[in-house]
Design a protein around this ligand. Sequence first.
Ligand SMILES: Nc1ncnc2c1ncn2[C@@H]1O[C@H](COP(=O)(O)OP(=O)(O)OP(=O)(O)O)[C@@H](O)[C@H]1O
Ligand code: SF4
Ligand SMILES: [Mg+2]
Length: 284
Amino acid sequence: MIELKSVYKKYKIKGFFSKDEIYALKNIDITIENGKHIGIIGESGAGKTTLGKILSLIEMPTSGLVLFDNKSVTKDNVREFRKKIGAVFQDPSTSLDPRFTAMATLKEAKPDVNSIYKMCERVNIKKELLTKHPHQLSGGEQQRIAIARALLPNPEYLLLDEATSALDMSTQAKIINLLCDINRDKRYTYIFISHDLKLANFISDKIYVLYGGEVIEVYDKANDKPLHPYTVSLLKDAKTIEKENSEGCFFYNVCKERKNICKTGKPSFKQINSHHKLKCFLYD
Ligand SMILES: Nc1ncnc2c1ncn2[C@@H]1O[C@H](COP(=O)(O)OP(=O)(O)OP(=O)(O)O)[C@@H](O)[C@H]1O
Ligand code: SF4
Ligand SMILES: [Mg+2]
């Protein structure tokens, strides 16, 4: 199980004289139970990749706790936990080293060639592709290599950050089918990060919705439908916020269900049932 408790992540905004800072994540509490498929969704800039980097232990939070199986992850022990989680990011053409053949990339993850051949069979990579460099592979083939690389060290968790977004529809469907197939051999805990709520909804058991670095709704797909007007609008592919309300609820300017209090008041989490909570005054 992975847990984040009161996690904040602050970045300095680059610039020679700039001292500005931005909170990419604010007060994040997340629980990822073993074997579950977790969807993390939100629009561009919501903090999804930042959250993905913290969950995959590529970055540490500015404050707050990261726990793997109830053990606190620190700078000193982070390497021990990093093996447990494989990560695949959006653009395989930048995440794969252009100087390396596919085989060399996979050998870095696990030097044993027999394990590499077995993995390639599992993720449907033909042997003849292994001598090629990334620019000689299609987007779908590159992403299969990236998935094979993430799976070779035998992780418990697989985090996919917009892993299919750069692919055309049919290749995207093939990769999604592949993720379902590999999960039949071994039940992975998937963390599926996407701007596409419909896709995340299809794959995930439990959904976290992010906006402006905060979680605004959490629900269990099997038992519940989303209730937050913002999440509902994402599901309908509605055009969302052009100018966010800075004082009260971020969604006030476009929300069809807004009340007076939403203009200046910030809603806090309301627990609807044991597996559903959201920040919206309609449920206060
Ligand atoms: N290394 C960094 N330095 C400074 N600011 C950063 C850094 N990484 C992210 N940010 C900022 O943090 C916020 C969240 O970024 P993040 O990449 O996590 O969003 P995202 O939800 O993944 O967006 P997208 O859908 O476009 O990938 C953004 O405002 C971004 O500009
Ligand atoms: S708090 Fe108010 S403005 Fe915000 S989503 Fe709920 S009803 Fe709409
Ligand atoms: Mg991102």
